[in-house]
Unconditional design. Structure first.
Lengths: 671, 316
């Protein structure tokens, strides 16, 4: 039995859960039933596609179902690219379902979430499986709508309806762009199958237009700047395990869409495509992390970090395009491997972090970091998991986030031989942006973890928190384990990605599992190599050795006492640093021009004991400069058109006549 | 194989044992320059043993992170310091990590140090952490850009290969190397909390960064952190000397007498750079915290310029 039948069997189960969960929504067991079933279904798909990817990634299996447009049918296909992304999707699906078993118990109206959750999972699978434009777009739109329903599931909470509205608009815009891109690729004959698009050669200008439309369509879903505005609104609004799916997995499906169209369907790239993608990637990374630093809502901070990581992925993709256009497949494979590795990594640690934020939300009812703190004492396991996720996303060794950033740096270093001058000037600048965003990400996660979990509780909710249920914890710990494994055995991941790079850029990195002690070697050993296992072993050995020696020779007495704080400890928890004050130095360095930060301090009159007040003003320049004008034009136009609702009957008749004459003239002229 | 392991072990011990000595030397020279007598050069060792003998006083709400962070910080710094060539290149584990990994290991140490600063929930700890990450957010990209420049000149990010290449005559004088050197020195000053960025011997809490983060540490935990920061200073000195002044570096497979010569050269370089650092520190005043970004920003821009030069033409 080939995996594609297993896959469709499981997808059928997922879709069958939709009516089940609607019919049984009044029963309390339905939540558990749905999550357990979707966990099992996702795990089966995961195992099936994972073994297919390991053993027979080259063999592409297709399937045609008599659905959709009658003469076209619905085409599905499994190749190395879709297998890899199916692994990412179903890994996220399985873990979030496991988490949902416990987390879903706190849901007051499960009927608003369950049917959409399983449909959302199925839709993401279908997007990755689709092998013709119609099926792809249909699944894509299905995915958008299901996630929209999840975003507005708690529609009475302030801001969620607006988040859903902005999301719906941007999703519609994105699908429209993709529709036009596929229309251009299908050509005048209207052949919507991916197979015929692959052989079709587009003129360079037209291919450039398709690239632009794909960047708009897939990019708006992935969250590239400046199309990211919906993302930090919508991702936090959904329930936390859905946020994990949207941020960790759905943005990856968007990256899949971009890779599928640009690397697979569109034929050989022009070198200037890479300039566009690199600029977008670099700016997205830095702007994303700077926005993240300014947040004090934990989930919104994580959502902005997704924007940053998408930027890192696009930097890798841009480099891959540059190398491919210049006919260096080995380096293109390196850059593409870096991007795909980061896709996997980000899906792991971003899901982990959102699940951690969900646990905090369950335990305290708070997302605002200014009202959290000290949770490491009340929720030690969640704190540990969140810490591992923070280290991984900050690209620190020995965890997985570092490996993919290291590979990206190696790809950047290898690009000195590119013939184009603009690329030679651009690539080091993008390297600097990448380094900057990595450093800022570490700063941001010191803040996220430090303010939320360390220090003293800033509210009674935080001081009374208790650890979440075991299943939620085990979902997080699975991801912790995977982050660690991908970090210390990166060679296996790279070898698993190799069939994809062979498929997309006709090259691959050297076989890594043959290297001694699982070192990874991007090009050759004398240039650069990294051994996560050995670094991990060194750190653990020297840490435990020093701890052992010190406990042998030094005094191991420990005494607890009030904090020292230079002799003036203040028991008021408000004297701690907060999320806002922690970011203040960075805000003053980077934010004064970018966000036009204004800090005003109002001192009380002399002799008064009133507290001083500080007001902080920040402006979201992307919203003000790009979206607000568009909003204004739309509002003005609709107000103007609105007049046509209140005309007299004579004027309506005149309008009808005028348009009739116009149409007839048009026909006469065009014939 | 055994000999290689032995040499690697010697390297790990050498950095660990020499690190406090370098700190002591800098303090001593600084004192002499200020016409004070100053503590003995081995005072840091005495301090460490004194700290280790004392009991550790933990704040009531210190968490497990606060207790394991010193060991993690020490371990990552020690591993990073032993991966930088000191007296010999091509050690047995040198391929396990390249320059970028070393930078990231230091980042990992700083990450945990900043978290430890936030753990107790005091205002000084938060102040130190928030300033530290601000400085790091500029210093780390500058360091990465220096790495880029050096890697492109030497054609490798492996430090051993870089050092061997820098010893060969084909390097020559380059503008980009000069820029990278200045940038690296600025980063080293900032990352080691030296003047003019931070004052390692300050008693005015509001001005401090590193000391504010470790204010709540005592006893053995403080000792471990002190060794780690000494190691950090030694690491930067080794890094600068192995890239820009690699003279006297022996190959790991060379005869023991060559290795010994390498060691003598290394100690000489340490003494020289210690004296230079002390002279630099006594001749400059501390900056206001919000001037620091400009100072480190200069390093970032210089390093970026150096990297751009290398991308534009390989001969500059």
């Amino acid at each position: 039995m080939t995996p594609i039948y297993v896959l469709f069997g499981c997808l059928g189960i997922l879709l069958a859960l939709v009516p089940v969960s609607i019919l049984l929504r009044r029963f309390s067991f339905v939540s558990r039933l749905v999550y357990v079933t979707s966990f099992i279904a996702s795990t089966i798909i995961l195992v099936a596609v994972f073994f297919q990817l390991l053993h027979q990634p080259i063999v592409a299996t297709g399937l045609q179902l008599p659905l959709g447009i009658p003469w076209l049918g619905a085409h599905f296909r499994l190749d190395a690219l879709s297998l890899f992304f199916l692994v990412v999707v179903n890994l996220g699906g399985a873990v979030t379902s496991l988490y949902g078993i416990g987390y879903g118990q706190h849901e007051k109206v499960p009927g608003r979430i369950l049917p959409f959750f399983v449909a959302f999972l199925a839709a993401m699978n279908l997007v990755v499986l689709a092998d013709d434009a119609f099926t792809f777009l249909l699944s894509w739109e299905f995915m958008s709508l299901m996630s929209w329903a999840l975003v507005v599931s708690h529609h009475r909470q302030a801001g969620n309806v607006r988040a859903g509205y902005v999301y719906l608009l941007m999703a519609g815009f994105g699908t429209l762009s993709l529709l036009l891109a596929f229309g251009l690729m299908a050509g005048p004959n209207g052949d919507f199958g991916f197979a015929s698009m692959r052989v079709q050669e587009l003129s360079p200008g037209l291919a450039g237009v398709v690239l632009g439309l794909t960047l708009l369509g897939a990019g708006s879903k992935a969250g590239i700047v400046p199309l990211h505005v919906w993302l930090p609104l919508a991702h936090p609004a959904a329930p936390s395990h859905v946020s994990a799916l949207m941020s960790g997995v759905m943005t990856k499906v968007a990256v899949y869409g971009f890779i599928r169209i640009v690397f697979d369907l569109l034929g050989s790239p022009e070198w200037w495509w890479s300039v566009v993608v690199l600029v977008i990637g670099g700016l997205t990374a830095v702007i994303g992390v700077l926005y993240a630093l300014m947040q004090h809502d934990l989930k919104r901070l994580l959502a902005y970090h997704t924007v940053e990581n998408i930027g890192i992925i696009f930097i890798g993709l841009g480099l891959a395009l540059a190398f491919e256009a210049n006919g260096v497949p080995a380096l293109a494979a390196l850059a593409l491997t870096a991007a795909l590795f980061h896709v996997l990594n980000h899906s792991l640690f971003k899901s982990l972090l959102f699940l951690g934020a969900g646990a905090v939300l369950t335990a305290t009812g708070e997302r605002d970091m200014e009202r959290l703190g000290g949770l490491i004492h009340r929720m030690p396991v969640t704190a540990f998991a969140f810490l591992v996720g923070s280290v991984a996303i900050s690209a620190l060794p020995p965890l997985n986030g570092f490996v993919s950033e290291w590979l990206t740096f190696q790809a950047i270093l290898a690009s000195t031989e590119l013939p184009q001058w603009s690329l030679r000037l651009l690539v080091p600048a993008v390297g600097a942006l990448l380094a900057l965003s990595a450093a800022l990400a570490a700063a941001c996660f010191v803040k996220a973890f430090g303010i939320t979990f360390l220090g003293r509780a800033r509210s009674s909710a935080a001081s009374l928190a208790s650890e979440v249920d075991r299943l939620s914890l085990s979902a997080m710990l699975i991801l912790v384990l995977l982050c660690l494994l991908a970090g210390i055995f990166p060679g296996y991941v790279i070898d698993t990605i190799a069939p994809l790079t062979r498929l997309l850029v006709d090259g691959s990195m050297p076989l890594q599992s043959a290297e001694r002690w699982m070192t990874i070697v991007p090009i050759k050993q004398s240039l650069s190599s990294y051994n996560g296992l050995l670094v991990m072993a060194f750190i653990i050995t020297s840490a435990s050795l020093s701890a052992f020696v010190i406990h042998r020779i030094a005094s191991h007495k420990t005494r607890r006492s009030p904090a020292w704080d230079c002799g003036f400890p203040n028991t008021d928890t408000n004297t701690q640093y907060t999320a806002g004050s922690f970011a203040q130095p960075i805000r003053s360095v980077f934010g004064s021009t970018l966000f036009q930060v204004r800090e005003e301090i109002h001192m009380p009159p002399q002799g008064s004991t009133l507290p001083a007040r500080m007001t902080l003003q920040m402006r979201d320049f992307i919203w003000e400069k790009i979206y607000a004008p568009i909003e204004g034009v739309v509002a003005k136009t609709s107000k103007w058109l609105n007049q046509s609702q209140f005309l007299t009957i004579r004027k309506y008749l005149a309008l009808v006549l005028a348009s009739l004459v116009f149409m007839l003239t048009l026909v006469a002229l065009l014939r | 194989m055994m000999f290689d392991l032995f040499i690697q072990g010697i390297q790990m011990l050498v950095v660990l044992l020499l690190a406090p000595l370098l700190t002591g030397l800098v303090r001593r020279v600084k004192a002499r320059l200020l016409r004070r007598r100053g503590p003995s050069i081995i005072q840091p060792y005495r301090d460490l043993f004194r700290l280790m003998r004392k009991e550790a006083v933990l704040a009531d709400n210190a968490s497990w992170l606060f207790r394991i962070a010193p060991y993690w910080i020490f371990a990552t710094t020690w591993v990073a310091a032993s991966l930088v060539p000191t007296f010999a290149t091509g050690l047995i584990f040198s391929w396990a990590a390249d320059l970028i990994v070393i930078v990231a290991l230091l980042g990992s140490a700083r990450f945990f140090l900043a978290l430890a600063g936030l753990d107790i929930g005091t205002s000084f700890g938060g102040l130190g952490s928030s300033r530290e990450v601000m400085i790091a957010s500029l210093a780390e990209p500058a360091l990465i850009m220096v790495v880029f420049t050096v890697a492109m000149i030497a054609g490798s990010t492996q430090l051993s290969t870089v050092s061997t290449f820098m010893l060969s005559p084909e390097v020559g004088l380059r503008v980009s190397l000069g820029l990278a050197l200045v940038a690296l020195i600025i980063v080293a000053v900032a990352e080691n909390s030296r003047l003019p960025v931070d004052n390692p011997s300050t008693h005015l809490e509001v001005t401090m960064i590193h000391e504010a983060m470790i204010l709540e540490y005592s006893g053995r935990h403080l000792a471990v952190i002190e060794i780690a920061s000494s190691l950090n200073l030694l690491l930067y000195v080794s890094l600068i000397s192995s890239i820009f002044f690699p003279w006297g570096l022996a190959d790991a497979n060379a005869a023991p007498i060559d290795l010994l010569t390498g060691l003598v050269f290394y100690v000489f370089k340490l003494v020289l750079s210690g004296c230079l650092l002390a002279t630099f520190e006594t001749s400059i005043a501390k900056m206001r915290v919000f001037r620091v970004p400009q100072f480190i920003g200069t390093a970032l821009m210089m390093a970026l310029l150096a990297a751009l030069l290398m991308f534009v033409t390989r001969s500059l």
